[in-house]
Design a protein around this ligand. Sequence first.
Ligand code: ADP
Length: 485
Amino acid sequence: MEGAVERADPWLLTLQHSPIGMAMVGLDGRLLMANLAMSEMLGYGVEELTARGFQELTHPDDLDADLTQFERALAGEIDSYRLRKRFLHAEGHVVWGDLSVALVRGPDREPLHFISQILDITAAERERQSMEAVFETVSVGLLLIGRDGRYERMNRRHQETMHLPFPDGHEGTAGQLGHVYHPDGHTLMAREDMPSYRATQGEEFDDYTYWVGDDPLTRRAFSTSARQVRGPSGERLGAALAYQEITELMRAMKVKDEFISSVSHELRTPLTSVLGYLELLRDNQSLSPAVRTQIQVVERNAVRLLALVSDLLEVGQVEEGGLRLLYAEADLVAIVADAAEAARRVAATADIEVRVDQPERLVARVDQQRIRQVVDNLLSNAVKYSTAGGTVTVALRRAGDDTVLEVSDTGIGIAPDEVDQVFGRFFRGGGALEQQIPGTGLGLDIVSSIVAAHGGVVSLESELGRGSTFRVTLPAGGGGFEARA
Ligand code: ADP
């Protein structure tokens, strides 16, 4: 070979310096010539290599596959072949190679020798095997979908759950309808709502929850996330989906909601009776002023208890199939004025001013009682989370066809990382807990349910230590809302 290089035959030069392992292989499999890359890859000197046959350098488990192709080439069935196989390094370890073999023929098409090229893919293969191990070990179901919606791969975990939604089998294309239900457990999912279909439409999402299986006893709940898989220039190659089973969590949540609902129901009846009798006692002139004052304290606490129980019941109702609204034309100005008046009584004792900023009249079709609850909850929070000398402002206005209600305060504010959480059920902020301000974490959950049932949205802007503004926007029409100034 050295002599060949000295003669500077360009082909030999290329062969010698190529980063790809190359060899000329005789018809018996013996290496007639090998380059430096090959010798480095397999740990033998060039001379040592040429004394060996490829059979000896191949991992025993991959030898048959190579020999079969080798024989086919010799038999004239093929001229070349490609194989991913394991080689044995001089030190005994395995080297993964991507092998390309071509048969060189003489003028009469008689086989002369083979040219083999081997790309060392050990590092890539190791990476692939690690990924494979992770793919199969994680406790979530994983699915890869191609650009055309065909299922390309899924791990065992996902395979094991496929029979629940698709007892008659799956054809391997996204969007196949099956026993897949929305979180309410009985509304069947349409094709465009299926997570796999949404993912093939280019969507990305997290925590998409649903039930699979038509038997209520064995069905399971999943929370799914999807991400798009993209090529080097950002083109869509497909999508990856992860399915986390959350059956236990969903069942526990349901039991919790039923428990809350039934307990609060049971508590309300005796409490109402207690309040009725307290009212009679309060008016009883034969009692001493001292006793009457004590009765007032009992009554105040019973009223508070009733409010808490009502909040809990409210939450239960939302779970049981949404709020049923009773729409009627109502003057929101009057509702806000009444709520502000009630809030002023509590605010005054804490030296907090309550201001109202609204037009003379703003009529809309709403569920009056529910909207009053929204205003009451926002106002009572604004007062509760304010400090002495602070101001609470409730403003009502039209914005195009929408109606906007804003409740702002100069109170303790909400930390940025809590802003998205305050509407969650039972969530209590750090400030509320630190300063031991009483509450259940239900008020804003109820507010957002009522606003959503009206087709509106509620948003929040807040700065820690400076105050908060809650903004409720209710649409005209759609949500049954017809605002008229
Ligand atoms: P609660 O007031 O009973 O705790 P809410 O659901 O009404 O429950 O509110 C949830 C959390 O949001 C509160 O615990 C508090 O941390 C925060 N929050 C609500 N309103 C305000 C406000 N106006 N200013 C500061 N924090 C507030």
